[in-house]
Ligand binder design. Structure first.
Ligand code: URA
Length: 208
């Protein structure tokens, strides 16, 4: 299975706190952002650097800067919004592309009801964010949309993934690297990740 599990102690500690059933909305939201920041740190680890010459305080010096492709962060509505600020803390100049998906009740397939992509997607690295990779349907649909709009380099950052979802995304899009804090046990009959976090969207937004 092609997924990077970020096993940093801070990531695992924060994930444990997120799993507590009675975490408040405020705490869940805050932990989601903190976790997103740490996961994004790992997802950007392979960004290419180049050396440039700058005017330092004592004259010209060589420094490193990120080369080439710029980033677009792609939250999947609605739960992905909960991770957005955490990722932007690390990549403040990133542009934001948004995808909204709803389930077609006949085919059960995700259908886009909102998509707003930044320009020049072919020159950008897209980082899709969604807290839960469950069946994989939304992630595949989002990757399909990004590729159809010219994007060539795509990563996905989730907090918790189910093996069923990872496999289906790996099969459909082997070029997309997935980063997660945990690969959990399985999906239950309602499509929830076990042990998972429950409904991450409801917990982030305080609904239900
Ligand atoms: N979405 C969630 O919010 N939680 C799950 O367990 C699965 C999908």
């Amino acid at each position: 299975m092609n997924i990077t599990i970020v096993d940093h102690p801070l990531v695992q500690h924060k994930l444990g706190l997120l799993r507590e059933a009675d975490t408040s909305t405020m705490k869940f939201r805050q932990l989601t952002q903190e976790l997103a920041r740490l996961l994004a740190y790992e997802a950007t680890r392979d960004f290419e650097l180049e050396t440039v010459s700058i005017d330092g305080w004592c004259g010209k010096i060589d420094v490193k800067q990120i080369k080439g492709k710029k980033v677009t962060v792609v939250p999947i509505l609605r739960a992905g919004i909960g991770m957005l600020d955490g990722v932007l803390d690390l990549v403040p100049s990133a542009k934001i592309s948004v995808v909204g998906l709803a389930r077609n009740e006949e085919t059960l397939e995700p259908v886009s009801y909102f998509e707003k992509f930044v320009g020049n997607l072919d020159e950008r690295i897209a980082i899709i964010i969604d807290p839960m990779l469950a069946t994989g349907g939304s992630l595949i649909a989002t990757i399909d949309l990004l590729k159809r709009n010219g994007c060539k380099t795509i990563k996905a950052v989730v907090m918790v993934a189910a093996p069923e979802g990872v496999k289906i995304v790996n099969d459909a899009h082997p070029d997309v690297q997935i980063y997660a804090a945990s690969l959990d046990s399985h999906l239950n009959e309602h499509g929830y990740i076990i042990p998972g976090l429950g409904d991450a969207g409801d917990k982030i937004f305080g609904t239900k």
